[in-house]
Design a binder for this molecule. Structure first.
Ligand SMILES: Cc1cc2nc3c(=O)[nH]c(=O)nc-3n(C[C@H](O)[C@H](O)[C@H](O)COP(=O)(O)O)c2cc1C
Ligand code: SF4
Length: 438
């Protein structure tokens, strides 16, 4: 594979890319003008053919999702953009919102035309103050130019867009939790079935809900054609993917890579290799809830859905967390389980109670008070959480716990043995820093 193809970040370094004039000077809003002249069903077919899969985590086909929206519904049809971006290690949507907000708006508009929606909303996390300001300005400018509002581009079509700020709850990134929050209620996920957004979404009306990066990919596809998009990537992973990289590399940041790009090469060349020349220990490939990969597993891995699944993990949101040999896995997992336990919305007993039990076990293990049988106890708790909850947050607790304690079992066992021998080791890890800053 040659150089990485740039679709989403191609013009990101242009200082005026976030402005309407800058975006249009590089071909912006040509795709939506093309889509207006197309049969809505042809737009959906084009999206299906492109092979674009949702970039929010689950990787479901965008075109298929749009095709589930009933035609000629007697209810309003909504378009919702998920800009909650709350998965630890993930910060790619933020870059698009700050530097290329019109691409997100244009992608949403094309989706609206495809499903004949006249109402759109971006749900953006409250902490994203600057991305909100950039997006809001872009929306205002699009309204001022007649691209949004009544009779867009001088046609009969009206299309409204609201930007709604969340209050900073991880669970409002889950699509049905987001919709509840948008309706002014507590952000507690709904049962699926029956509440699949495409048919029973916002105010129980048909709703297309996609991630920021998914929408931002749409204009290029409509402008250049599905075949051009599907020619990039692998058999089941088409196009490019934004990867947000944090941790022990020399150049953390957001990168766009062609699907199928070698993972190790990505870390070494794009991300500048390991910080301080240290050895790679492990990589979280797609946001902190995804099963971790060891350095050996990364060796021949490629960045795409198929390879990650073969390795028992997921590409998820593309939030890569790189850990070097100094990372204490007990500490890392204690930190993660604290987050997921804290973010449980509390509806399901296995998630609400189990999350805290798991956190407590890692707390005592970290403090040198681990007990024999703790790993078996964790296994038992995890098996009672996974698959027994309304939403996937339950599994988000289980997947890291299972993968870390399996792949780095010796570290966990050693910590328990040290406790039995009465050794209390002074540790200065992640949580020491975490606690001192809170
Ligand atoms: C606990 C939880 C948190 C989530 N957080 C986000 C998020 O912050 N942003 C996002 O786009 N998707 C998030 N998702 C995935 C959404 O539920 C949904 O699948 C996605 O927004 C759909 O868009 P896509 O098809 O374009 O990926 C989350 C899912 C779960 C279970
Ligand atoms: S799994 Fe957890 S976060 Fe999801 S609905 Fe149940 S209690 Fe809420």
């Amino acid at each position: 594979m040659g150089q990485n193809r740039q679709i989403l970040l191609e013009h990101i370094r242009q200082p005026d890319q976030h402005t309407l004039a800058g975006y249009e000077s590089r071909g912006g809003y040509e795709a939506v003008k093309k889509a207006i002249a197309m049969d809505p069903l042809a737009v959906i077919e084009e999206m299906k053919k492109s092979g674009l899969r949702g970039r929010g985590g689950a990787g479901f086909s965008a075109g298929m999702k749009w095709s589930f929206v009933p035609r000629n519904s007697n209810k309003p049809v909504y378009i919702v953009c998920n800009a909650d971006e709350s998965e630890p290690g993930t910060f790619k949507d933020r870059l698009l919102l700050e530097k290329n907000p019109h691409a997100v708006i244009e992608g949403m508009m094309i989706a609206a035309l495809a499903v004949q929606s006249h109402w759109m909303c971006v749900y953006i996390r409250g902490e994203y103050a600057y991305p909100y300001a950039q997006l809001k300005q872009a929306v205002n400018d699009a309204y001022a130019k007649g691209y949004l509002g009544k009779n867009i581009f001088g046609t009969e079509y009206s299309l409204e867009l609201v930007v709604h700020r969340g209050a900073g709850a991880y669970i409002c990134g889950e699509e049905t939790g987001l919709l509840e929050s948008l309706e002014g209620k507590k952000g507690q996920p709904r049962l699926k079935p029956p509440f699949f957004p495409a048919t029973m979404g916002l105010y129980h009306s048909p709703t297309v809900l996609n991630n920021v990066e998914t929408f931002a990919s749409v204009p290029w596809i409509i402008k250049n054609g599905a075949d051009a998009y599907s020619a990039i990537g692998t058999e089941k992973s088409k196009g490019t993917k934004l990867m947000s990289v944090s941790g022990h590399v020399n150049k953390p940041g957001v990168y766009e890579v062609e699907m199928g790009y070698p993972f190790k090469r990505f870390l070494e060349e794009e991300c500048g290799g390991m910080l301080n020349g240290r050895k790679l220990k492990a990589v979280v490939p797609g946001g902190s809830s995804m099963p971790i990969l060891t350095a050996e597993e990364i060796e021949d891995a490629t960045i795409d859905y198929e390879c990650m699944n073969k390795l028992g993990t997921y590409l998820g949101s593309g939030g890569v967390i790189v850990m070097d040999e100094t990372v204490d896995m007990v500490d890392a997992l204690r930190n993660l389980t604290h987050f997921y336990a804290h973010e449980s919305c509390g509806q399901c007993t296995p998630c609400r109670e189990g999350g805290h039990w798991v956190e407590k076990i890692f707390n005592r293990m970290y403090d040198g008070e681990g007990l024999p049988g703790d790993l078996e106890l964790l296994d038992s708790i995890c098996s009672q959480i996974a698959g027994h909850t309304i939403c996937m947050l339950g599994d988000s607790i289980v997947m890291p716990v299972k993968s870390y304690t399996t792949k780095f079992k010796d570290e966990f066992r050693q910590r328990i043995e040290e406790a039995l021998e009465g050794k209390k080791v002074e540790r200065q890890g992640l949580n020491a820093k975490f606690e001192s800053s809170h």
